[in-house]
Design a protein around this ligand. Structure first.
Ligand SMILES: [Zn+2]
Length: 299
């Protein structure tokens, strides 16, 4: 057992783990460099790896070039020099001014860290957004707020991995959809709420793994369906009555109880062993960059 240097809990590191590391040891100029045993436990190592990419934590700080107040992924006390997105992309500074010789008598990462601390950093990793002060890792969005890893969206809020969506909020992995709310892994949907793993569905709520369906409530695994409630076919009038009841409940009590019903529904329904998709990719060439649009397609 080894004690984690970070959280001080004990963890095991087996001979099998070491044997695996030996396969990853890098070889430079014929010399094999042995990767040392970890000093952090597995959870702390995972946290350290994830903290390298700050996607969603934004700070207010000063731009080190203009002194203006800006939003950035770098905390004011991070020790990094940070320029606003506009200042960083401008021709007002020269990256070559920060070049320095490598000292072969000192460790690489020590010098790499010194270099990182000496050069200006981009406050937010964005390109060509309009009226989107609080987004990161995004491009070509308009009127969006707290969207991360998203491109070509308009009037969207609170989402990660959102591409080509409009008028939607609270979503993860949402593509080419509009008027959606609280959705996960959806594509080509419209006016869909509280739903997951849906493609080409519209005017529905609480759907799981449905395709080409509309006017449905609390249903799963539907294909080309209309007017289904709890996976049972009903008339238009019956559906509208149930929709009214659901909307009244949401207005009066919020979604918590309905979330529980939906969770029960998901538990009781057959699931695909894997969400296997193929990826259709399309490159869009712009003046500033080449953007790779990725579409997931069920197979
Ligand atoms: Zn730990």
């Amino acid at each position: 057992m080894t004690k984690c240097k970070n959280c001080h809990t004990e963890f095991t590191y087996s001979q099998e783990d070491r044997d695996f590391l030996r396969k990853l040891d890098p070889i430079f100029g014929g010399y094999k460099l042995e990767i040392p045993d970890p000093t952090f436990c597995r959870d702390c190592r995972q946290q350290r790896r994830l903290s390298f990419r700050n996607e969603r934590t934004l700070y207010r700080r000063k731009c080190d070039k203009s002194g203006k107040s800006i939003i950035s992924v770098y905390a004011p006390d991070s020790g990094y020099i940070v320029y606003s997105t506009e200042e960083w992309w401008s021709d007002d500074w020269n990256a070559f001014d920060y070049g320095k010789d490598f000292d072969f008598s000192r460790p690489f990462f020590e010098q790499f860290n010194e270099l990182k601390k000496s050069i200006p950093h981009l406050a937010l990793h964005n390109v060509s957004n309009e009226n989107c002060d609080y987004v990161n890792l995004s491009g070509f969005n308009k009127n969006c707020y707290l969207i991360h890893a998203g491109e070509y969206n308009e009037d969207c809020m609170y989402g990660t991995s959102v591409i080509k969506c409009q008028n939607s909020l609270d979503m993860i992995n949402c593509f080419e959809s509009r008027w959606c709310y609280e959705v996960v892994d959806v594509q080509g949907c419209a006016n869909l709420s509280y739903s997951q793993d849906c493609t080409n569905c519209s005017d529905s709520m609480f759907l799981y793994n449905c395709r080409n369906s509309k006017n449905c409530l609390f249903s799963s695994n539907l294909r080309n369906a209309e007017y289904y409630v709890f996976n049972k076919k009903c008339t238009k009038e019956e559906y509208e009555e149930k929709l009214k009841q659901t909307n009244d409940h949401l207005l009066e009590h919020g979604p918590n109880q309905l979330h529980k019903q939906f969770a029960q529904l998901k538990k009781s329904t057959p699931h695909k062993a894997q969400q296997v998709t193929t990826y259709q990719t399309q490159r869009i060439h712009t003046k500033a960059m080449t953007v790779l649009i990725v579409r997931t397609v069920d197979i």
